[in-house]
Design a protein around this ligand. Structure first.
Ligand code: ADP
Ligand code: MG
Length: 469
C-alpha cells in the first residue's frame, strides 16, 4: 500500500515524501479512504501510530482538490492598522469573523501546537491552506492577527475557542470537518459542556471524526449524538499489547527508596530521553529540581507554569537539551517526541486509560520503548486495575541492590487480567493517597480544583482528568 494508492492529492504526496514517510501506517490505510469518501469516523489506534496524518491528510486532500475560492481577506488593512483606525474613530475594533473549514480540538495546548506544526508539514506544498492554533495562554491581539488571515484550519483547546466564538471572531457556518483528537478525553466530564457548545455552533452537514488510542468499548451518547452513521475503525484499543514498549513494575518501600531507584534507572545507558510522570504539579517541580542537583538535565512541565515556559520546556526537550521531563498528566496525551525511550510513573495515574497514554509517549512510530512504574506495596491493587484495563500482566522487576524489603509477588500471584469495567473503580480509593478514585469523585490535583468554571485561561480544573480549557 502506498499513499498514492489511497488517492491523495499530489501536493500532499510531495510533502509526505519530503517528510520521509514511505508508506501509510495501518490506521492511515483504513481511515484515509473512508475520510475522503466523507464518512464520519470513530477510530481507535495505538499511541504513536500516526493518527494525526490519518485525519489531516484526507482534509488537506479535500482542500487541495477544491476549486480556488474567491479571495477573502478578512480586512483590507492589517489587523493592527484596522484596530488603530477604529480606535481613532472611537469605535471598538471590528473584524470580519474567520470562517474556518476545519476544526481540530485537543485537550492540551501543547498537543494543539504539535498538530498545527504537523499540518504545516503535511500542507507545505499547498499555497492556499493555512492552519493556526487557538489556545489559552496566548495574547489575544496575536490571536486576532492570526484569525484575521481567515485560516482554513483551526486547531484549538476548547476554552479559548469559545471566548472567540462568543465575541464574534469565529463563524463556523462554513465548517466542513470537525475532529476530536484524544476524543475520549474530549468527551469526558472536564470538557463535555464546551464540546457541546462548540458542536452546536457548527453545521449539521459537517463530517465528524473521533480519534484516540482508548476509544474502544463504551462509546458514549455524546459520540453518538455528534456523528452520523460513523464507520468504526479499530486498529487496536486499550487491550493492545504495546509489544514495542517493555513494561515493568518496581515495588518500593518508601519515598527514599523510590527516589534512589529512579536516580539509578535514569542512569541506564540505553536511555535517550525520559518522561517522569507525577501526580501533582508540586512534585513535578520538586523532583525536577532534585534531579537537576543530581546532575540530570531535567525540567518540569505542568499546568501552573506560564505558557511561554511550557513551550520553551517542550522545545528544549525536542532539541535534546532537556533529557528528563518531569510532568503531570498534561503531557500524557499526544505529545510526540521520538527520542523518548523511557517513561517512568513516579506515581501511578488515577485512571487506567491514562496509563496507556502515558506509556505511549515512548515507542513512537514503531520504535521501542521502556515504561517503568514505581509502586508502593499498598498500590498493588491499582496495578491490577491497569492490568485489567490493558488485559495483560505487567512483569515485576527487581534491581540488584534496590530490592524492596517486602516481597511483592505474593499478593499478585493469583491475578489474571480480566475485563475492566468502569464500575471496577469501586473500592481501593484512599482519601488523599496517591491512589485511584471513583470517576468524578473529586477534582484531580492537576486541575487545581475550583477554577474550572470561572477561569478559562488557567490550566484546567477539569474534574475527571487533566487538560487545558
Ligand atoms: P498518534 O497520534 O497515533 O499518537 P502521531 O500522529 O503523533 O501518532 O504520529 C507519531 C509519529 O509517527 C510522528 O512522529 C509522525 O511524524 C510519525 N508518522 C506518522 N505517520 C507516518 C508514516 N506513514 N511513516 C512514517 N512516520 C509516520
Ligand atoms: Mg495523536
Amino acid at each position: 500500500m502506498t499513499f498514492e494508492s489511497l488517492g491523495l492529492h499530489t501536493s500532499v504526496i510531495k510533502a509526505l515524501t519530503e517528510a520521509g514517510y514511505t508508506k501509510p501506517t495501518s490506521v492511515q490505510e483504513q481511515a484515509i479512504p473512508a475520510a475522503i469518501e466523507g464518512r464520519d469516523l470513530l477510530v481507535s489506534s495505538q499511541t504513536g501510530s500516526g493518527k494525526t496524518a490519518a485525519f489531516m491528510l484526507p482534509a488537506l486532500h479535500k482542500f487541495a482538490s477544491e476549486q480556488p475560492a474567491a479571495p477573502a481577506p478578512a480586512v483590507g488593512k492589517t489587523p493592527n492598522q484596522e484596530m488603530q483606525a477604529s480606535r481613532s474613530r472611537g469605535e471598538r475594533p471590528r473584524f470580519k469573523p474567520a470562517q474556518p473549514k476545519m476544526l481540530v480540538l485537543t485537550p492540551t495546548r501543547e498537543l494543539a501546537l504539535q498538530v498545527t506544526t504537523a499540518t504545516d508539514k503535511y500542507g507545505s506544498h499547498m499555497k492556499r491552506v493555512k492552519a493556526i492554533s487557538i489556545l489559552g495562554g496566548m495574547p489575544y491581539p496575536k490571536q486576532m492577527q492570526l484569525l484575521a488571515k481567515n485560516p482554513e484550519i483551526l486547531v484549538a483547546t476548547p476554552g479559548r475557542l469559545i471566548d472567540h466564538m462568543e465575541s464574534g471572531k469565529i463563524d463556523f457556518s462554513q465548517l466542513q470537518i470537525l475532529v476530536l483528537d484524544e476524543a475520549d478525553r474530549m468527551l469526558d466530564m472536564g470538557f463535555i459542556d464546551d464540546i457541546e457548545k462548540i458542536v452546536d455552533a457548527t453545521p449539521e452537514s459537517r463530517q465528524t471524526m473521533l480519534f484516540s488510542a482508548t476509544l474502544d468499548g463504551v462509546v458514549g451518547n455524546m459520540a453518538k449524538r455528534i456523528t452520523k452513521n460513523p464507520m468504526i475503525i479499530q486498529i487496536a484499543g486499550s487491550a493492545t499489547k504495546h509489544e514495542n514498549i517493555q513494561q515493568k513494575v518496581h515495588f518500593v518501600d518508601d519515598l527514599s527508596h523510590k527516589n534512589r531507584l529512579l536516580d539509578h534507572l535514569l542512569r541506564d545507558v540505553t536511555m535517550d530521553q525520559a518522561v517522569v510522570f507525577t501526580a501533582t504539579k508540586r512534585d513535578a517541580d520538586t523532583i525536577a529540581d532534585r534531579l537537576n542537583i543530581a546532575g540530570f538535565a531535567a525540567a518540569a512541565l505542568h499546568g501552573d507554569m506560564h505558557q511561554g515556559a511550557r513551550n520553551r520546556t517542550l522545545d528544549s526537550l525536542r532539541r535534546g537539551q532537556v533529557r528528563v521531563l518531569v510532568a503531570t498528566d498534561v503531557a500524557a496525551r499526544g505529545i510526540d517526541v521520538p527520542a523518548i525511550t523511557h517513561v517512568f510513573n513516579y506515581d501511578l495515574p488515577k485512571f487506567p486509560e491514562d496509563y496507556v497514554h502515558r506509556i505511549g509517549r515512548t515507542g513512537r512510530a514503531g520504535r521501542n520503548g521502556v515504561a517503568v512504574s514505581l509502586v508502593n506495596h499498598a498500590e498493588g491493587v491499582n496495578v491490577k486495575r491497569i492490568e485489567r484495563f490493558t488485559k495483560q500482566l505487567i512483569p515485576v522487576d527487581v534491581v540488584e541492590g534496590f530490592e524492596p524489603k517486602r516481597s511483592a509477588s505474593a499478593p499478585r500471584s493469583n491475578h489474571k487480567p480480566g475485563g475492566w469495567k468502569p464500575g471496577d473503580n469501586r473500592g481501593g480509593a484512599k482519601p488523599g493517597g496517591r491512589t485511584f478514585s471513583k470517576p468524578g469523585a473529586a477534582p484531580r490535583k492537576e486541575g487545581g480544583g475550583g477554577g474550572y468554571k470561572g477561569n478559562r485561561s488557567n490550566d484546567s480544573g477539569a474534574r475527571r482528568s487533566f487538560g487545558d480549557r
